[in-house]
Design a protein around this ligand. Structure first.
Ligand SMILES: Cc1cc2nc3c(=O)[nH]c(=O)nc-3n(C[C@H](O)[C@H](O)[C@H](O)COP(=O)(O)O)c2cc1C
Length: 403
C-alpha cells in the first residue's frame, strides 16, 4: 500500500490556491463512521446499484489535502485486502462514494503492493484487446469474459506534488486499472462481458473447471464446458439502431442465430444498442464481409456510449429504413429490417419485416454468398474467417445414403 501524507508546505499551497468545495458532510460521515473494512456495495441491492451506476466526481486539491482522503485511502486498501473480500482492486463507488479514487494491486511491481490513485483515467491503449475472465466484489458469485488491453497509459494526480502523472502499465495490472476506472463511470464488467461468457456463477465455474469429474474418450481431449465453441463458426451480424438523438449506433454480435423462419435471436449484454432498441422497438441486422473487417471489428470494440458517432468515425453512411425505426448501414450490402419481438434476460428476438440486398451481391435475382463474401467469427483463434466454396447441396448431398 502506498498512500502518502502530503508535505505540510504543499498542503498550505494547495489550500491557499483556492479550490473546489470540500468533502460533503455525508461523505465525511460515510468515511469516518465506518470501520477500517468498509461495507462493499453490491448489485443485489437497488440502492447500492444506484450508487454503482453513478459517474464519479474528481477530487479537488483541497479534498486530497484533507486527512479524510488519507483515511479513505487506507480504508479502501483495508477493505479490498480483507479476508472476506480478498480482491485485487476497488473503486470509490464500491464503498458508496461517487469519487474518482481507486486502489489497485500492482502485480507489476516488486512485492505486489496495493496503491491508491485519485483522479485516474486511461489515456492510451496499445495493441489489440484480449479476452480474460473477470469478477467483481460488487457482483458476488459471478464471473465473465471481458476484452481488455494489456498495454495502457494511466494518468492520475500525484498526492505528493499535486501534478498529473502519466504512467505506462502492462499485463494483468493494466486489466485491473481498466476494470476499476470503469467503475468510476458507473460501468460494471457485466456491461462488457462477451455474450456466452456472461454471468457465469463463479461457484459453477469452479465446479466446471474441475475437469477431473469428466470422463475422457480415448483419442479425444476434454476442454470442459468453459472452453466450448458452442456453435462454431459464428455469424458476424451488425446490429444498427438510432439513439435518442437519432444518431446511428452499430455493434457487432456473434452470438446470433435463426429463431424461426423470419425471426432472429441474439444473445446480448447491456449496450448502447440495447438501450436504443428498448426505445425504438426496432433494429437492422447486416452481415460483416471481407471488405469491412476493420470497421466491423471496431463496431465490436468500442461503445457508442464512449464515441459520439461510431458510424461516421469509420466513414460509413446510413439510410433510414422505410419499414422500421432503425438505420440501414449503406456499406453493408445485405440487411434485415427487424422489429423487437422480445428483449428479456439478455436474449433479443426480432421479427424480420424485410430483407434488402444491394444489386452487386445478386446473381439471377438471388442473394449470392460468393458475392457477399461474409466473414464468420472463429472463437478458437479469436479471428475472423472468410467462408469457402460450396461443397455439397443441402437436402441433397446425403441422398447417396437414401438410395
Ligand atoms: C467478435 C465480437 C463478437 C461480439 N459478439 C457480441 C454478442 O454476441 N453479444 C454482445 O452482447 N456483445 C458482443 N460483442 C461486443 C459488442 O459488439 C460491443 O460491446 C460493442 O461495443 C457494443 O456497442 P454499443 O455500446 O455501441 O452498442 C462482440 C464483439 C466482438 C468484437
Amino acid at each position: 500500500m502506498k498512500t502518502r501524507l502530503l508535505p505540510i508546505m504543499l498542503l498550505s499551497l494547495m489550500l491557499a490556491g483556492g479550490c473546489a468545495e470540500g468533502w460533503t458532510s455525508e461523505e465525511r460521515a460515510l468515511i469516518e463512521n465506518q470501520p477500517a473494512v468498509m461495507r462493499v456495495l453490491t448489485v443485489e441491492d437497488d440502492a447500492d446499484l444506484k450508487v454503482l451506476r453513478t459517474p464519479c466526481r474528481d477530487l479537488s486539491m483541497r479534498e486530497l489535502a484533507d486527512p479524510l482522503y488519507a483515511s479513505l485511502a487506507a480504508k479502501l486498501v483495508a477493505t479490498v485486502t480483507s479476508p472476506e473480500q480478498d480482491g485485487v482492486g476497488i473503486a470509490g463507488p464500491q464503498v458508496g462514494l461517487s469519487r474518482n479514487v481507486i486502489a489497485v494491486q500492482r502485480f507489476d511491481k516488486e512485492g505486489e503492493p496495493f496503491e491508491v490513485y485519485p483522479n485516474i483515467r486511461i489515456v492510451a491503449t496499445r495493441g489489440e484487446p484480449e479476452p480474460g475472465q473477470e469478477g467483481c466484489l460488487s457482483v458476488p458469485g459471478r464471473r465473465g469474459e471481458v476484452l481488455r488491453w494489456h498495454d495502457i497509459d494511466i494518468c492520475y494526480t500525484s498526492t505528493e506534488t499535486g501534478q498529473e502523472v502519466t504512467e505506462r502499465v502492462e499485463g494483468f495490472t493494466a486489466v485491473i486499472f481498466q476494470h476499476e476506472t470503469d467503475h468510476l463511470k458507473g460501468i460494471l464488467y457485466t456491461d462488457k462481458t462477451l455474450a456466452g461468457s456472461q454471468d457465469t456463477k463463479s461457484q459453477n465455474t469452479q465446479e466446471m473447471n474441475t475437469n477431473e469429474s469428466l470422463k475422457e474418450v480415448v483419442g479425444r481431449t476434454n476442454f470442459g464446458p468453459n472452453h466450448a465453441l458452442v456453435t462454431t463458426p459464428q455469424p458476424c451480424v451488425m446490429i444498427a439502431t438510432w439513439d435518442k438523438d437519432h444518431t446511428p449506433d452499430v455493434m457487432m454480435a456473434a452470438w446470433a442465430g435463426q429463431y424461426d423462419s423470419n425471426e432472429i435471436v441474439i444473445s446480448l449484454s447491456k449496450h448502447k444498442t440495447t438501450a436504443n432498441l428498448e426505445q425504438t422497438g426496432a433494429f437492422t441486422v447486416s452481415f460483416a464481409d471481407i471488405h469491412t473487417v476493420a470497421e466491423s471489428d471496431y463496431f465490436g470494440l468500442v461503445s457508442g456510449n464512449d464515441v459520439p458517432d461510431k458510424v461516421a468515425k469509420v466513414g460509413f453512411t446510413v439510410t433510414p429504413s422505410p419499414n422500421v425505426d432503425a438505420p440501414i448501414i449503406n456499406e453493408y450490402p445485405l440487411t434485415l429490417e427487424c422489429k423487437v419481438v422480445s428483449w428479456e434476460d439478455g436474449i433479443l428476438v426480432g421479427k424480420v419485416v424485410n430483407m434488402s440486398a444491394a444489386e452487386r451481391i445478386l446473381t439471377d435475382g438471388k442473394v449470392d454468398l460468393a458475392k457477399l463474401q461474409p466473414i464468420v467469427f472463429d472463437a478458437a483463434s479469436m479471428s475472423y474467417r472468410a467462408i469457402g466454396e460450396i461443397v455439397g447441396k443441402a437436402w441433397g448431398a446425403g441422398k447417396v445414403f437414401t438410395e
